[in-house]
Design a binder for this molecule. Structure first.
Ligand code: AHG
Ligand code: MN
Ligand code: MN
Ligand code: MN
Length: 338
């Protein structure tokens, strides 16, 4: 991997003209996310030392027990974006409804909405396993000068102007795309600066890793069961060896590994959850955007994720994402089992 000395700040300034809507506002927005991520990273890093591990005793709109870090990360990202008067609205996995931001002089004159999963894989925080933050950015569709409306948030993923994630891992990285490929930046914690460490990331067309919670096997549709068997199969004639199973249980971490090494991530529907678990707006759309920008593919098992027209904020969707040939094979087996 080519290493450069370019910082994220320099990269953003250098690429400003290539944004679809060049106003500098999107650059400032990504800058704000970078800042909030540093603050959250600081808290995640010392999670074992301070009283930030564990649950708050509340249930979120998803029906999940909120962790202290879910709430902390949610507040930090929202507060940073509000303080900078940079977006007109925010929707989050942790909030029942979207937030309207009035902006400068209460004029509702900002153009972008942010949708986010402030802390992804939060069940892993107590055991010191990598977690992440996922964000997705759209240009509002309602006119500037009035409060945002639900339709600003319920846009299909193919309308995203930018998306990305932060992985709080052995190193902290920010990986994002504005629709011109995917670039990854690693945080140097000593000086608080992100450097371009992974320019123009491309996911291998074919991989050897499959990532799925096989504990739910008996509840999976037949097509998924067939694909799992295929992953495990040894086929000397075609030179196929069994794939490696890797599942962390943090979408960001599982996606990041597969992006670099090649692989497929699957969270299918099951007899217990008809649309699977992952959220279309906060998890699947941004990851699908990144996957496609890196040359990969993302599907609900039958159709492109980015073409789904959302009908509600917290909508869930089955998710098949990663190396193009692997996703296509899984889709084929899903269709055959119908
Ligand atoms: P979150 O922590 O934001 O609620 O997301 C959890 C998600 C995702 O990160 C992960 O891939 C998936 O839940 C794991 O679910 P299972 O434990 O059912 O495999
Ligand atoms: Mn959650
Ligand atoms: Mn998540
Ligand atoms: Mn989350």
């Amino acid at each position: 991997m080519t290493k450069t000395n370019q910082t994220l700040g320099e990269f953003i300034i250098g690429h400003q003209e290539s944004f679809k809507y060049s106003s500098g506002e999107l650059s400032r927005l990504i800058n704000s996310i970078r800042l909030a991520a540093k603050v959250v990273n600081h808290e995640v890093n010392k999670a074992g030392l301070v009283d930030i591990v564990g649950e708050v005793g509340e249930t979120n709109v998803q029906g999940e027990d909120q962790k202290k870090l879910d709430v902390y990360a949610n507040e930090k990202f929202i507060q940073t974006l509000i303080n900078r008067e940079i977006v007109c609205g925010i929707a989050s996995e942790e909030n029942d409804n979207y937030i309207t931001i009035q902006g400068h002089n209460e004029k509702h004159n900002n153009k972008y909405v942010v949708l986010m999963d402030p802390l992804d894989g939060s069940s892993n925080i107590d055991v010191n396993v990598s977690v992440g933050t996922i964000f997705s950015i759209y240009r509002r569709v309602t006119p500037i000068g009035q409060p945002v409306e639900m339709e600003d948030f319920l846009q299909p993923g193919n309308q995203q102007v930018a998306a990305g994630y932060i992985i709080y891992g052995t190193s902290t990285m920010l990986v994002y795309s504005t629709g011109h490929g995917v670039n990854g930046f690693t945080l140097n914690p000593a000086i608080g600066t992100y450097y371009l460490s992974h320019p123009n990331m491309k996911i291998p067309e074919e991989g050897q890793i499959y990532s799925i919670n096989e504990g739910n096997y008996v509840h999976f549709p037949q097509g998924v069961k067939d694909y799992i068997k295929y992953c495990q199969l040894e086929d000397e004639e075609n030179g196929k060896t069994p794939y490696t199973a890797r599942y962390i249980g943090s979408l960001v971490s599982d996606f990041h590994r597969n992006l670099i090494k090649g692989g497929i991530y699957i969270y299918p529907k099951s007899s217990k959850a008809n649309n699977g678990k992952l959220r279309l707006l906060y998890e699947c759309n941004p990851m699908a955007f990144l996957a496609e920008q890196a040359g990969g593919k993302a599907s609900n098992g039958f159709h492109r994720i980015l073409d789904i027209k959302p009908s509600e904020l917290h909508e869930r969707v089955p998710f098949f994402c990663g190396s193009t040939k692997m996703v296509e094979k899984a889709e084929k087996m899903m269709a055959e089992a119908e």
